[in-house]
Ligand binder design. Structure first.
Ligand SMILES: CC(C)(COP(=O)(O)OP(=O)(O)OC[C@H]1O[C@@H](n2cnc3c(N)ncnc32)[C@H](O)[C@@H]1OP(=O)(O)O)[C@@H](O)C(=O)NCCC(=O)NCCS
Length: 160
């Protein structure tokens, strides 16, 4: 792999990103289609959410990962990590950790915490987030999908 760079997502990334997101089993389970992903990313751009992608600079030719943060999306007070995904062909190379650290650093200084939800069945992602300094602080049964509990994770980004 050649050089990895992080850059803000642009409108022109949305069609390819949406097509890719719609192929991911996790997102399919949550009802994501390419059309829904496209509409959601367009709206996120309008709302000035933080949307960062990772470029590999090699033959993939497009973003291999996406981090989406809503700056006040966590109970109107904290940043909320809406989505973190890395293309399977690039899994396990530290891209997810790098993208996450990047968006954490870019949250305004007044943002004290990052919150996120992770599905109870997504044990790999739970392990990933714990390793990045997140702690489970709650659980919301049947919140998005019937029969699935969403685990609420938190990381303190700044001192009190
Ligand atoms: C979670 C994810 C973003 C991590 O990205 P990454 O670049 O592979 O992560 P890193 O290389 O920094 O860290 C590797 C860790 O990611 C986790 N991971 C690896 N493959 C994974 C997968 N298919 N699904 C979930 N987590 C995975 C594991 O904890 C792994 O650690 P391990 O080697 O001890 O098993 C990425 O695997 C992914 O996109 N998963 C599917 C979507 C998802 O579950 N997102 C999080 C919920 S929104």
């Amino acid at each position: 792999m050649s050089k990895l760079t992080f850059r803000p997502m642009e409108r022109s990334d949305i069609p390819l990103l949406s097509g890719w997101l719609a192929t991911l089993p996790l997102l399919q389970r949550y009802g994501f289609t390419a059309d829904k992903a496209e509409a959601a990313l367009e709206e996120a751009l309008r709302q000035a959410d933080m949307l960062w992608v990772c470029d590999t600079g090699d033959t993939l030719g497009w973003a291999c990962g996406l981090a989406w943060v809503m700056p006040r999306g966590g109970l109107g007070r904290s940043a909320y990590l809406r989505l973190l995904v890395v293309n399977e062909a690039y899994a396990g190379l530290g891209i997810g950790a790098g993208l996450l650290a990047h968006v954490e650093q870019l949250t305004p200084r007044s943002t004290k915490d990052m919150l996120l939800l992770v599905s109870d069945f997504n044990v790999d992602a739970q392990r990933f987030y714990r390793r990045q300094g997140y702690t489970q602080i709650g659980a919301i049964p049947d919140y998005v999908l019937p029969g699935v509990t969403e685990l609420l994770f938190r990381k303190r980004l700044a001192g009190p």
